[in-house]
Design a protein around this ligand. Structure first.
Ligand code: NAP
Length: 314
């Protein structure tokens, strides 16, 4: 049973990765009648694969997208890259030779700093970026919980006509996952990065929920300092509007998500590698190239890397 009447001639989707977002999107694409295949890192996960279980407010559902590895020879017409930021380029490089000349490639990662390299990897294919506030996690392999409904912004990278994103959005499971085409996805990426720089690493360092950043005490004092510095760096980098809006925008996100644990705090608590190099790390690299000080963000990067080293090196 599927949600939409997707024409059987519609190009198939390939979803790169087998984690939370990959399973959420692959199951939702399958539910919408699309032909969809997951691309796993290697063959070791094939044995355990019997389809995807998707749990949501509507209950549990089971879907059976195909599962392949990068060695498969099938050409790829539509690709959704659902790895972490630090794996995206390697994963894309491994299957770039399979992209059809007019393929659409969508990068769905938090963070910045790898998109221009991705552009050169995809050759003649069209590159898009997606920024998602959907919440999903996997209690077991190929079993995904859709924990929070959100919105996914989709735009051509580098900036291109909104019609391109609108056309691609129609090929996504929009009845299940809200997709909003935008003109300038890079602007949205900077906006999200700015807020993430002020909340994610700080909550991971203090081991606190987002709302603690608004209370009196050390996290609140550091939050004010990191907001001030991040806004100054963004201003120096020419992102004037985002810089001006940042203190209010970050405060509003911390207030609205007061009880939540940021994704970086969740990564640290689960002893996983974080995406720090593509969030505060990216901002520091840009600041350094512009010869602008970025002391507080640099300290946050060091603190997170020290935490990671404590558990990843064991
Ligand atoms: P995840 O659960 O850790 O999944 C990442 C997947 O990428 C893993 O299955 C990993 O495989 C796979 N992968 C890595 N290298 C690969 C390769 N070369 N070939 C094939 N697969 C490869 O991460 P996630 O939660 O889905 O997050 C993906 C991105 O979405 C992140 O940037 C995250 O910040 C963003 N995001 C997530 C959420 C959410 O709620 N989960 C919400 C918004 C945005 P292995 O298991 O073999 O390593």
């Amino acid at each position: 049973m599927t949600d939409d009447a997707t024409p059987s001639t519609a190009p198939a989707w390939h979803v790169l990765g087998t984690g939370s977002m990959a399973c959420l999107w692959a199951a939702s694409l399958a539910a919408s009648g699309h032909e969809v295949s997951l691309i796993a890192r290697d063959r070791s996960r094939h044995a355990a694969y019997h389809g995807i279980t998707l749990e949501s407010a509507a209950g549990g559902e089971h879907f059976e997208p195909a599962l392949e590895t990068r060695e498969s020879a099938t050409p790829i017409a539509q690709l959704l890259v659902c790895t972490k930021a630090y794996d995206a380029l390697d994963a894309l490089a491994g299957i770039a030779h399979r992209l059809a000349p007019e393929a659409a490639v969508v990068l769905l990662q938090n963070g910045m700093g790898f998109h221009d390299e991705a552009l050169s990897l995809v050759g003649g294919a069209r590159l898009f970026c997606a920024l998602s506030t959907e919440g999903a996690w996997c209690p077991a392999p190929f079993h995904v919980r859709h924990a929070g409904r959100g919105v996914t912004l989709l735009g051509r990278y580098p900036r291109g006509p909104r019609e391109d994103a609108q056309a691609l959005a129609r090929a996504l499971p929009t009845r299940r996952l809200e997709v909003r085409p935008v003109d300038d996805i890079e602007h949205e990426m900077w906006r999200k990065l700015a807020v993430n720089c002020t909340i994610n690493a700080l909550t991971a360092v203090y081991g606190c929920p987002n709302g603690a950043l608004l209370e009196p005490g050390d996290p609140g004092r550091d939050f004010a300092a990191v907001c001030f510095e991040t806004a100054a760096v963004l201003d120096a980098l020419g992102q004037h509007i985002i810089a001006a809006e940042l203190p209010a925008a970050a405060t509003e996100v911390a207030r609205r998500t007061a009880a939540n644990r940021s994704s970086m705090l969740q990564d640290v608590q689960a002893r996983r590698r974080t995406e720090i190099d593509y969030i505060n790390g990216f901002l520091c690299r840009r600041a350094e190239a512009a010869d602008f000080p970025c002391h507080f963000n640099r300290v946050l990067c060091r603190r997170i890397r020290a935490l990671e080293q404590g558990y990843l090196s064991r």
